[in-house]
Design a protein around this ligand. Structure first.
Ligand code: BGC
Length: 415
């Protein structure tokens, strides 16, 4: 009898402690969205999460492209204290899964029909060994040129349709004292310009062979020499203070008319919009010369964590991220287009419409390609080897031939 009572009392106290201490879903979220446009976008997710009972702990790690965020992530995981949700993308999702670090979110995916509402090409990036291991928020396009509308029109120029035209316009503007290309000398920004140039000059097959398959013939081809030649020309179009500049400060140079162009993914549009600039009026968008579409899908992976509050937080967050309304509002701010195929683009601007149409056409035409510079095409070591070469070339007087030799060697060493 006494024993029974004790057992009953223990059982009651367990239930009580559990129900008293459960404070609802919570999530610590690691991301690198710290610029004006990015902060506005992540605030949309934060708001939806709290409106649905979640409590959000923000872990922003500044640094475009996410290199610093990834370093911070590794340190947290090594210390046995991974954040619950992490902005992660491309093959690094599968790399973390293989290390046993990611939670399986298939139950949320099934319940919310992700395989119906997401295109197969995007869903593929979100799966690890057949299980859903990440939730996509958008599709960013990389191969864009942004321009100050009045700088171009007042000097009698339109958006360049070929690289020769780009070079000619840039030279003419430079002669008038305008900085042709707003650029920040950070490795990932060099890589961003480089891959747009490579796609434009080499075409989609070349890009795929070189930066997806790492095919040696493509890597050491004459086409690759031409790509580095164009990069050398681009180097002449940046101002002398370009080193280390953040990408959003480069966007600001285009906004205020100090510079004519920026080559950057469409998070730059988020920046223009956050500053109240109007597409088609204050700034122009066009794809960089050439065929194809370089995509970059932002997504969140859930790291294995203990406790029902944190696990419930992960489930809630995953569900909200792929939610229809969230995908609309977030992407209106972020500059990207929704990952879901059933979100109306009625409220989106001309640039987003161009992006969606080009993405569909490229998908049909076989020229839809993952961005290497934004971690969608290759594992970290290989992407890093290419970027090291691109940066070394851009910041020196290295010849295109030497750059190609360095590229091939760097890739060999990274395997
Ligand atoms: C991310 C964007 C982000 C940009 C600049 C890209 O790699 O996909 O979401 O805005 O980096 O930080």
């Amino acid at each position: 009898m006494f024993k029974k009572l004790v057992v009953a009392a223990v059982a009651t106290s367990f239930t009580l402690t559990a129900s008293v201490s459960y404070a609802g879903p919570k999530a610590e979220v690691l991301h690198w969205w710290t610029s004006g446009g990015e902060a506005k976008s992540v605030a949309v997710l934060q708001k939806e999460f709290s409106e649905n009972g979640g409590s959000w702990t923000d872990m922003p790690v500044a640094g475009g492209g996410g290199d610093a965020a990834m370093t911070a992530l590794r340190a947290r995981v090594l210390s046995g204290n991974a954040p619950a949700a992490v902005q992660l993308k491309g093959p690094s999702i599968q790399e973390w899964y293989e290390e046993g670090a990611l939670a399986d979110i298939s139950a949320v995916a099934k319940k919310n029909n992700w395989s119906k509402v997401l295109p197969a090409s995007i869903a593929g990036h979100m799966k690890c060994e057949g299980k859903w291991c990440a939730a996509p928020v958008n599709v960013h396009r990389i191969d864009w040129i942004w321009a100050n509308a009045s700088v171009l029109s007042s000097n009698g120029f339109g958006m360049p349709k070929t690289w020769d035209e780009f070079n000619a316009t840039a030279r003419a503007l430079q002669a008038k004292g305008i900085i042709p290309l707003a650029h920040g000398g950070q490795a990932w920004q060099d890589a961003t310009v480089f891959e747009a140039v490579a796609l434009g000059i080499g075409g989609a097959n070349f890009f795929h062979d070189a930066f997806v398959k790492l095919d040696k013939k493509a890597l050491q081809s004459d086409t690759m020499i031409k790509v580095f030649d164009q990069m050398r020309i681009m180097r002449g179009f940046v101002d002398k203070n370009f080193s280390g500049r953040d990408w959003n400060l480069a966007t600001a140079m285009v906004m205020n008319g100090e510079a004519a162009f920026q080559i950057m993914g469409d998070w730059a549009k988020g920046e223009f919009l956050a500053a109240g600039k109007v597409p088609g009026k204050d700034f122009l968008c066009a794809s960089t010369p050439g065929e194809g579409f370089l995509y970059n899908v932002d997504s969140f992976a859930m790291f294995k964590v203990k406790g029902s509050e944190r696990q419930d937080g992960q489930k809630l967050l995953a569900k909200l991220i792929v939610g229809k309304n969230f995908q609309k509002v977030f992407n209106l701010n972020k500059g990207s287009i929704p990952a879901r195929t059933d979100v109306s683009l009625n409220e989106f601007d001309h640039c987003a419409h161009v992006s969606a149409a080009d993405m569909n056409a490229s998908s049909v035409g076989g020229t839809l390609l993952p961005s290497y510079a934004h971690g969608m095409a290759l594992r970290g070591a290989q992407a890093g080897a290419i970027t090291d070469t691109v940066t070394a070339h851009f910041n020196s007087k290295m010849s295109s031939k030497d750059a190609v030799a360095m590229l091939v060697k760097a890739i060999d060493n990274s395997k």
